[in-house]
Design a protein around this ligand. Sequence first.
Ligand code: ZN
Length: 181
Amino acid sequence: MRCSSCEPLLDRYLEGTLSPREMIDTNAHIASCSACARLLEEVKVVDALLFTTDVPELPNNFTFAVMAETLSMPAPKPHTHRLWSFFALYLTAAWMAALAVFAVSGASLPKLGVAVAAAFGNLAQSFAGGAAGIAHGAPVLATFGAGVLSIDLTLAAAAAGIYFIIRPRLAAHLASTSEAQ
Ligand SMILES: [Zn+2]
């Protein structure tokens, strides 16, 4: 018998469902072949694991112990980085808008670095000499500045709108509904 014909029979060899002829051949092969003897041991281990029906025994106070452990854990901290995530979102949006402007205007990436450096120079200049500084820059930089500025204004307007218009109305609405009850 060859190993290739012995290996598929090992399962049924363990079950004892082989024909007497196969049983004798397999037995003889395993006795003479260490590889198949080792494989038989592995199949035995796997079978033993598969047919194990033992359920781990839990202590009587298992549920209580788990609940007590859960209650003794520190309460999760409230999120304190909401302002930071808002700021990060704003920065991402501003840079996306700036990159979109550059992509549309057809400026290449190396030029972008130069333009950003120029934009910072322009910004300092505009702080010194008013908004005229941006207008005197390249058209792309003016668009860049205008884009960032418009996002600024939109976000500020949205924040102001939420704070000064929606919030009082919501408060009034909540007050009226609680009075009605
Ligand atoms: Zn073999």
